[in-house]
Design a binder for this molecule. Structure first.
Ligand code: SF4
Length: 278
């Protein structure tokens, strides 16, 4: 039998709302026990006997994932790993770039250029060449690229996100989580953006052809270039700074839409780190 929030509140907790567990009410505490696996021991008013009686039921429902809050990054990573697992490593360099290499422990790995650094891709994880782990969302888009990536080379035709099919629901997210934060961060600091871009391996190209103040081509992955455009603020004209990111027309052969957003979020974070501004 499982213990729901209501069961815990009604049958187990004292219902005095004393707050000693760190939560304002017994109901709030019950919710944290059920969904976040907070130990029942955090309520000092429960006897050892009561806690021992509840433990097997709680552990059993945690093991089944019943009522526990999902961890989206964990789920996405497991899904992406499973998708990538069926790909033969020896086919990957010809398809998505990089090369097969041997790490310091003699393991065969896929070595993949990633911005201005090198990745080692193992079946269960992706790390930087120095052994530092990538964050889970980064690993998600890299495993998705391994699973999905076609062998097309970049076409040289740039497209904005809204020109890519089925992206309407993601355009706002890109604006809110990538483009606007970058524009705010580098507003009035175009030189800093140029320096950070160069440090991240971005190639500064002629910005005038795009009518922008800065244009930089990045290579997050060998088959996936991104073009970042920046227009600085013009206070006299009443214009705020603006950023746009364009994708090669082949991108949908290499990455799903969610992964495109993860990759752009990572670009924004890395530019911020390289610029040293927070
Ligand atoms: S310490 Fe126990 S009794 Fe007090 S609010 Fe928390 S759960 Fe309720």
């Amino acid at each position: 039998m499982a213990l729901s929030v209501v069961d815990l509140y009604r049958d187990i907790l004292p219902k005095t709302n004393c707050g000693e567990c760190g939560f304002p009410t017994c109901l709030a505490f019950a919710s944290m026990v059920v969904s976040e696996k907070l130990p029942l021991e955090r309520c000092p008013h429960l006897s050892a006997e009561t806690i021992a009686k509840c433990r097997p039921e709680l552990e059993e429902q945690y093991a089944r994932g019943k009522w526990t809050r999902r961890d989206p990054a964990k789920d996405a990573l497991e899904w992406a790993r499973r998708r990538a697992a069926s790909m033969a490593p020896e086919d990957l360099p010809g398809r998505i770039g990089g090369r097969l290499a041997v790490d310091a422990d003699g393991n065969k790995v896929l070595e993949l250029p990633y911005f201005n650094r090198l990745l080692y891709v193992y079946p269960d994880r992706v790390v930087l060449q120095n052994g530092e782990s990538l964050n889970r969302w980064e690993q998600v888009f890299i495993f998705n690229h391994i699973a999905q990536g076609g062998s097309s080379l970049p076409s040289g035709q740039w497209k904005s996100l809204d020109q890519i099919p089925n992206t309407i629901s993601k355009v706002k997210s890109m604006q809110a989580h990538v483009l606007e934060p970058l524009a705010r961060l580098f507003s009035g600091r175009g030189n800093l953006l140029a320096e950070a871009s160069a440090r991240l391996g971005g190639e500064l190209i002629d910005q005038k052809q795009f009518g922008a103040d800065l244009a930089a081509v990045f290579h997050p992955l060998p088959r996936i270039p991104l073009l970042l455009l920046f227009w600085d603020r013009e206070p006299e004209e009443g214009f705020e700074a603006r950023v746009s990111i364009l994708f090669d027309g082949t991108i949908v052969e290499h990455l799903d839409i969610e992964s495109i957003i993860f990759m752009c979020e990572r670009l924004a974070e890395l530019l911020q780190e390289e610029a040293g501004v927070f």
